[in-house]
Design a protein around this ligand. Sequence first.
Ligand code: DX5
Ligand code: ZN
Length: 233
Amino acid sequence: MKNRLIRISPSILCIDYNDDIVLKLALDKIEQSGAHMVHLDVMDGKFVPNKTFDHKLVDKIKDMTSLMLDVHLMVENPHGMISDYAKAGADLITVHYEAYENTDKLEDSLKLIKSKNVLAGVAINPKTPALKLKDLLKTGLVDVVTVMGVNPGASGQTIIPGSAEKVAEIREMDKRVYIQIDGGVTLKNVSILRRMGANIIVSSKAIFEAKNMKKAIKTLKGGGFINRIFEDI
Ligand code: DX5
Ligand code: ZN
């Protein structure tokens, strides 16, 4: 799986996103530094202990940037929120597998997301085995699998061992699906994650705390042949 185009999706979780000036500067800076998307971590204080923002912030960000909006819903009942995020301008909406453990509605949510012309993602927590997605991947309803490298809820955690292997397992099951790695990505561990098949790289700390953001994003992208050819497209 060499030479696949790598997409970079910086998460604004570690900046002061409630300050409009800070937010606008951050969005401009990641765009100018070569990011493709902006990763928006929605937390409801129930599915994860922390609470962040809702679709109103996504709506605001849509007017501030032309980057793709990558919405990661860490919420208890995502189904009823999908329309709000699609309306706010999300390009990718990711729901958690674990939010549906006691229901069979996950496929319905993915269908709903796709009916809005939005890419559909499914995230799995570190404790959820990759195999749980096997049948779902066969349905063709999943555009993106998000492998959580950490327990969701906060930026700046250390990646949990076995995350790269989990990426490889998903890649083995599905050669086509985008695999997003989220949480604990560093400039050091990114190359193994890419080699195992990850092609959307989420990072908050490694990007926003880098001394040179452009250089950090370049390192996260890697030097793949296709990446260089399409760099300016
Ligand atoms: C964690 C979030 C991540 C987080 C990543 O629950 O889903 O998107 O912002 O932050 P870093 O890259 O700092 O681990
Ligand atoms: Zn996230």
